[in-house]
Design a binder for this molecule. Structure first.
Ligand code: ADP
Ligand code: MG
Length: 593
């Protein structure tokens, strides 16, 4: 299922094919040398697109992908190497391998599958890591695979050159492989998996809160990207005819990452841009590197010019364009600014689950600090409960426990007879319990529509996701802003997008952490009307944390008051207003209201 307008996908694929065919025709008209440069360019671009599928969408830089390219190259080459040659150069090869001789396409397919299996196994381990630990692990992968290639002499010829591979990768073969890789990368970016991954890259916590299982999505991207790397490896091996393990090590890792980073890692447009820029610059610098004469002046050869040049380009790109030359959007997304297609039957959604949420004696301790101490609350369907208290009294911590962001130190949570204690936040979201965050946590580089859609796609099995997303945007009055990037909206609008995103999970219970913070009076009044509708028309039970007592008093039937982690009062707004303990704690001694 694609999550973006068809025109974007169509325009992108058309451009990829036209550019590739055009480049081949131009190079063919120029010279054999330019055909060779173009072939290498295509293969590099496959590699860049491959790394981009993982790194671009997940945001985790991978130094390990050249290992997959290496595995693909060796696997495919062993399968296509003429049997007679194998007998001479690799005498210790197992009999079944020694006698196998496949054509390039079959061998590449086998190599791609094999690499995908290896990636799956490695990925299960690497995926458990976060942040820089994950990055270092990918680096470890590169070094380990290199070590295995060097050590496994019977199959790889070790550090020696692996030669005699049929040179079957011509410029057209490389072009076809490149188009394939770019189309896969482009389709993945806008697939459900790609969208979830990009949401998780922007904010893993709120991604979890809308039902996204980020590790699973990362694993999918990891395996797919490894498969694309194997394609690049197989094609490169059959272009070079002879290669060794160092072809798939640091130098080329650096080169491909440079292309990805300079161009912009989150788009296919960026991959192509980066590959073009770096290839042109290296070709130019290579000529300078070997020395030249200019206007009678002899410039001596300077070794390493190309590497230094690439380094400088990266620095320049990072200073001037941190997201790469192409930025965060595909070219076609800039040209065709259409909001996603509307569903055929926009419908008002109904709440399915209608039972009370019971939180009993919840306690949260952070080391020595007891942030919440044995607090019980009940939220009935269609009811708006207020949760107030001074700063630091434990309100956000309470919501974090209820929504699975934190596991309570003590206490139980259940809805109806379903036990919820200890569930992860995607599991809680799946059960129809959604939330917003005090410090807005939107997927800022995704559009408003994508923010809401990804939540709908990741809960309730993604059923009627488009209709649910549309209904949620409509409820919050955001249809006009659907095509805008969430991060560019005003504060008040961003808060409403967060509520719409939570609503797209089709919740029966909603936790709102200071939804009116930063809103002006008018926006607050509008919000109040909409929240009242959610409760009365849809039967959603709402737990509302806010500092705005006007809002709390007008909306809530019951109010609970926290102070230093303790529940000091609970009752109707009337009762709470008169409660001496509340006046003392919340308003401070001597104040009255
Ligand atoms: P509120 O939302 O009512 O302002 P919080 O729930 O954010 O209060 O915080 C309650 C207390 O718990 C504060 O003292 C805060 O410093 C502490 N706290 C909150 N989260 C953490 C955490 N992850 N680690 C340690 N202390 C925390
Ligand atoms: Mg708070």
């Amino acid at each position: 299922m694609m999550t973006s307008p068809r025109i974007h996908i169509a325009a992108s694929i058309l451009a990829i094919v036209v550019l590739a065919v055009g480049a081949v025709l131009v190079a063919g008209a120029l010279s054999t040398a330019s055909e060779r440069i173009l072939t290498v360019f295509f293969i590099s671009l496959i590699g860049v697109a491959g790394i981009g599928i993982y790194t671009g969408n997940s945001g985790i830089l991978s130094f390990g992908h050249l290992a997959f390219m290496g595995i693909g190259a060796y696997a495919a080459s062993i399968l296509t190497l003429p049997a007679a040659l194998k007998g001479a150069t690799l005498p210790k090869l197992p009999e079944w391998l020694a006698s196998t001789q496949l054509d390039l396409v079959t061998a590449t397919l086998v190599a791609v599958l094999l690499t995908a299996v290896v990636a799956l196994i490695v990925g299960l381990a690497i995926n458990r890591l976060e942040g820089s630990a994950a990055v270092i692990a990918t680096l470890g992968l590169l070094i380990i695979v290199h070590g295995v290639i060097i050590g496994w002499r019977d199959v790889t010829r070790g550090a020696q050159s692996f030669f005699g591979v049929p040179r079957e990768t011509g410029v057209w073969t490389a072009a076809i492989g490149c188009v394939l890789a770019l189309v896969v990368a482009r389709l993945f970016r806008d697939s459900v998996s790609g969208l979830r991954l990009r949401a998780g890259r922007e904010d893993p916590i709120s991604a979890g809160a809308v039902g996204i299982r980020i590790r699973r999505e990362r694993l999918i991207a990891w395996v797919l990207s490894a498969a694309v790397m194997a394609l690049a490896g197989a094609l490169l091996a059959h272009f070079l005819g002879a290669f060794s393990a160092k072809k798939f090590y640091f130098a080329d890792t650096f080169l491909l990452l440079a292309m990805l980073i300079v161009g912009g890692m989150s788009t296919v447009t960026g991959a192509v841009t980066g590959a073009v820029v770096i290839t042109l610059v290296t070709e130019l610098l290579r000529r300078l590197e070997s020395g030249f004469s200019f206007a009678g002046l002899e410039v001596p050869p300077v070794l390493g010019t190309a590497q230094i040049g690439i380094g400088l380009i990266i620095l320049f790109a990072m200073f001037r364009k941190a997201n790469g030359l192409a930025g965060l959007k595909e070219w076609e997304e800039r040209v065709f600014q259409v909001s996603a297609e509307r569903p055929q039957t926009p419908e008002r959604q109904e709440v399915q689950e209608q039972s009370t949420l019971h939180a009993e004696n919840l306690t949260m301790r952070f080391g020595g600090l007891t942030a919440v101490d044995g607090v019980s609350l009940h939220i009935r369907p269609g009811e708006i409960v207020g949760l107030i208290g001074p700063n630091g009294s434990g309100k956000t911590t309470y919501l974090n426990m209820l929504s699975g962001v934190l596991a309570p130190t003590e206490g139980t949570i259940r809805r109806g007879d379903r036990e919820l204690t200890g569930l992860s936040s995607p599991q809680v979201a799946e059960l129809g319990i959604a939330r917003t965050f005090q410090n807005i946590r939107l997927f800022s580089d995704l559009t408003v529509h994508q923010n809401v859609l990804v939540a709908a796609l990741s809960t309730k099995g993604g059923r009627e996701a488009y209709a649910r997303a549309h209904a949620a945007l409509d409820r919050l009055g955001l249809l006009e802003k659907a095509a805008e990037d969430a991060g560019t909206l005003s504060y008040g609008d961003q808060r409403r997008v967060e509520i719409a995103r939570a609503l797209a999970c089709q919740p029966s219970i909603l936790f709102l952490d200071e939804p009116a913070a930063g809103m002006n009076r008018e926006e607050t009044e509008d919000l109040m009307r909409r929240l009242r509708e959610l409760a009365s028309e849809m039967g959603i039970g709402i737990l509302l944390v806010d500092h705005d007592l006007h809002l709390i008093n007008k909306l809530c039937t019951r109010i609970a008051v926290l102070n230093e982690g303790h529940l000091i009062a609970e009752g109707t707004p009337e009762e709470i207003r008169k409660d001496p303990a509340v006046i003392e704690a919340y308003l401070g001694p001597g104040k009255d209201q």
